[in-house]
Design a protein around this ligand. Structure first.
Ligand code: ZN
Length: 151
């Protein structure tokens, strides 16, 4: 287990577009494992590789305890509805904003075995999928927030 350093808002790397994973190497598998440990240690429900300084299209999400979703090269292929709720980011600890996101999201991604899969999530999971996919394009939740939440 290795805990990685999480970059904070203001770090220029967080604004970069991540590159697709072309081959699932042992290095990518270690990255997934370390990202999972780092996300859990920080008590977050999602983490993108760029947040730990790796510009690859990789993210992990855990909105239901024990159910980690690993996303390699994720792409949102469908969405529906709308939700407004509080959103934060491990790169901006202690701060929250209200954002508008789709209520249901379907994402297509590759798993650690190289197999393509699709997941449809609602509410918090839909929000997390959007949030992590945005990170891979250098977007942050503060770009889409309607207002900040006073701590
Ligand atoms: Zn984030």
């Amino acid at each position: 287990m290795a805990l990685l350093k999480i970059l904070k808002f203001g770090d220029p790397l967080l604004r970069k577009t991540s590159r697709p994973v072309e081959e699932i190497t042992p290095r990518i598998l270690t990255l997934l494992d370390d990202m999972k440990d780092t996300m859990r240690a920080a008590e977050g429900c999602g983490l993108a590789a760029v947040q730990v300084g790796v510009l690859r299209r990789v993210a992990v999400i855990e909105v239901e305890e024990g159910k980690v979703i690993e996303l390699i090269n994720p792409k949102i292929i469908a969405y529906a509805g709308e939700q407004e709720d509080q959103e934060g980011c491990l790169s901006n600890p202690g701060n929250y904003g209200i954002t508008k996101r789709p209520k249901h999201v379907t994402v297509r991604a590759t798993d650690r075995h190289g197999k393509e899969f699709e997941i449809t999530g609602s509410d918090l999971l839909a929000r997390a999928i959007c949030h992590e996919c945005d990170h891979l394009d250098g977007k942050l939740y503060t770009d889409v927030q309607i207002r900040t939440v006073k701590p």
